[in-house]
Each structure stands twice: as C-alpha cells, then as structure tokens.
Design a protein around this ligand. Structure first.
Ligand SMILES: Cc1ncc(C[n+]2csc(CCOP(=O)(O)OP(=O)(O)O)c2C)c(N)n1
Ligand SMILES: [Mg+2]
Length: 388
C-alpha cells in the first residue's frame, strides 16, 4: 500500500522537518584570536596558564633576557656610532627587543631568516658578527656576512621584497625534502606592499614553510597605523589567502616566544605558512635621520615606556629565582664588553676596492656591466696618476 505525503504528515503531525545542516565555516581556523596573546602582564606577573600557548622553558626565557640586554646595548652603541660618523644610518629597534630576539630563538640554526633594515639586533642575537651586520649601514658593501653560510638573507631595504624571496626559498627547501623553515620579519607599513600579498599568496598555494612575522610598531616612518590600514588588525590579512594567523603582545617576551614557536612548528609540519602580528612600538625615531617629534606626542612614547619588554621579563625571572642582582650585573658587563669591542673595531676605516661594486651583481656579468666597470677602473687610474 502506498502512502501519500499528505497522509504521512497527518499520521505524524508533530514530526519536524530536519534543519538544513550548515557547513562549518572554512575561515574559522584561520582567524586570529580577537585579543593579542599575552602570558605576562606588563608588570611581569604571570597570567593564568593557557593550553594553547604553554609557557616556554625558563632556561630559554633566561637566555632570551640575556640576548635582549646585549641587543639593547648594541642598539644604543650603533646609534652613537652614527653621531661619530662611523655609520651612515641606523634604524633602531629599541622597544622591539622581544620580537627581535624571539624571532631568532624560535628557529633552528639551519632555518632561514629574512630580515629588513631594522633587524640588526635580531642578526646579532643570531650570533652574526656585529661589524659584519653593520657593513651595509656603514655603506661599505651590500652585506657583510655570507648569507648562505649564516642562513640569513641580506637585510632588505626595498619594502616587502623579502616576502617573495622567502616563499621561493622555503618552497625550494621543502621540494628537496628538507624541513627548513623561513622566518620573514616585516613592518606594519610594508604589509600594504604588493610583494607582501604576492609572497603570502604564493606560500599559501604551494604550502611553503614560511612564518610571516609582522612587527607592528605603529608607524611607517611618519605614517601612523590608522592611515595604513582599515583592517581589524594586520593578522586578519592572512585569512584572505587561506593562511592561519595570530596576534601577540609584542612587548611580552614570553608570549612572543610561545606564539612564534608554535607558528614555526606549524610551518615545519608541512601545513604551509603562518602569519603572526606582534603589537609593539618603535621607541626611537625611524632612523637617526628622522625627527619623530614632528608626528607623534611625547606622551604616547612615555605610555609605551611602561610596557618595556626587558623590565617585564627581568621582573618575572627574578620572581622565579633564576635571576638575581649578581646575574644581572654579569649580563650587563657582557653587554658593555660587547659594545666596547664593537666601538673599537668600528673606529678602523675599512679599505674597500671600488671595483668590487661590480662583483656578484650577476653570476655572469652583462656587457653593460663590464663596460661600466672598465669606465670606473679608468677613472680611478687617472685619479691615482694625478695624485702621484
Ligand atoms: C618599496 C619601498 N617603498 C618605499 C620605501 C621607503 N621606506 C623606507 S622605510 C619605510 C617605512 C616602512 O615602515 P614599516 O614597514 O612599518 O617598517 P618600520 O620601518 O616601521 O620597521 C618606507 C616607506 C622603501 N624602502 N621601499
Ligand atoms: Mg612600522
């Protein structure tokens, strides 16, 4: 016997039609938390433990503190060297120590770093000779260290181009079966550049193991964040490319290390790129050649002084009994020695062969380059003859 639909409805009047199943939101896993991850309060006290970001080992945090102290001293010394005419220009990262050092500590030695002009401190924290780091800013040579040997790209001045380089390198590494991760340092302003979007998109499509680490220090020279983007935060730029992201308090060293460690693990596990935005602040002008008082209030700078990443970590480590006055004095002394040696070595003027300018531009020099090199050689020879 067949039953009509009407008869069936009459037979069970209380039966409800099943709700249309809603598909899970494919973007849900990609969005950052609405609040930046924070593990330490600005006064150095510990926040309640969280399962998603466990506290890094205390020995790692102590080493992070040491490198931050030495890094800050290096930074002050480099700024002083510009005043003595020993450096052409220096972009300070004072205030950004947690990011500078945290990015490096989250990596293995055989991972790659793609820095900008602001990452001198990160490079010294990676163990690169500070004189070699400052070679570019002294104007002697494009890069003072061997990028292949140090697994560290030359510091990049054209904004965001390193995003594309890193995507290519990381893809190449994974293509060859290696589990290398590339970490890209990039500023808030540079996330408006096409190369940022192209790099992130390529890395996402080809699952390249890259961590894009945005140091949002609130300014791109004089342009404040409010004129840079209308996005809820820069971390949200990941979702459009299918890249998971996170925001972190960039002045909380513990949180920066925890978040970057997880981001690096994600990339290394073959899950593709990860985007981290660190909220921090550039305490000094853009470079020694900039006057920041023309575009920001002293009150604003003062307010950020209370969120200093060094005192925050120091207070925490003292509370854990892994740092005391004697240990702080020893680390401070190490930093002073580091700065004194740098000062001394930077007082020696390097001899640079002007013709070396033409080396390494291309693997095989072009005809034009050979011609230009010959022109410079002839001019130098003529000048030497005049002097004789
Ligand atoms: C392609 C390109 N455009 C413009 C510049 C000039 N420039 C140098 S630094 C800078 C600001 C970058 O700001 P941000 O990305 O926030 O990095 P920060 O300097 O704050 O670390 C600009 C516009 C450049 N170097 N490259
Ligand atoms: Mg900036």
């Amino acid at each position: 016997m067949t039953t009509t639909p009407q008869a069936a409805r009459r037979a069970s009047p209380r039966t409800r039609r099943p709700a249309t199943p809603t598909a899970p939101d494919p973007a849900a896993g990609l969005l950052p938390r609405t609040e930046p991850v924070r593990l330490l309060n600005p006064d150095g006290t510990l926040l309640p433990a969280r399962a998603d970001y466990p506290e890094p080992p205390v020995e790692a945090l102590r080493e992070m503190y040491r490198r931050m102290v030495v890094g800050r001293r290096f930074d002050a010394q480099a700024t002083a060297l510009t005043k003595q005419g020993r450096l052409a220009v220096y972009p300070s990262s004072r205030g950004q120590e947690a990011c500078q050092v945290g990015g490096v500590l989250a990596l293995r030695d055989d991972d790659w770093v793609f820095p900008t002009y602001r990452e001198s401190m990160a490079l010294t924290a990676r163990g690169i000779d500070p004189v070699e780091v400052l070679t570019l800013l002294r104007g002697d040579w494009h890069c003072g260290y061997d990028p292949a040997q140090r697994r560290t790209a030359p510091q990049c001045t054209p904004l965001a181009t390193q995003c594309v380089h890193a995507a290519g390198l990381a893809y190449g590494e994974s293509y060859q079966g290696r589990d290398t991760v590339a970490l890209v340092y990039i500023g808030d302003g540079a996330t408006s550049e096409g190369d940022f979007h192209e790099g992130v998109n390529f890395a996402a499509v080809f699952k390249a193991p890259v961590v894009y680490f945005v140091q949002n220090n609130r300014y791109a020279i004089s342009v404040p964040l409010s004129r840079q983007t209308a996005a809820p935060s820069l971390a949200y730029k990941g979702v459009g490319y299918g890249v998971p992201s996170e925001q972190v308090d960039g002045n909380d060293p513990m949180a920066v290390l925890a978040v970057l460690t997880r981001a690096v693990e994600h990339a290394r596990a073959g899950k593709g790129p990860f985007l981290v935005e660190a909220h921090t602040y550039r305490m000094e002008p853009h470079t020694n050649a900039d006057d920041a008082s023309r575009y920001r209030d002293a009150d604003e700078v003062e307010a950020w002084r209370d969120r200093d990443p060094l005192t925050r970590l120091e207070t925490y480590l003292r509370g854990r009994d892994v740092l005391d006055d004697a240990a702080v004095a020893e680390i401070t002394e190490q930093a002073e020695t580091y700065a004194a040696q740098l000062r001394e070595r930077m007082n020696t003027q390097p001899t640079v062969d002007p013709l070396s300018l033409f080396d390494h531009v291309y693997a095989e020099p072009t005809a034009q380059l050979v011609e230009q090199r010959e022109q410079v050689r002839a001019e130098l020879a003529a000048a030497a003859e005049e002097d004789a």
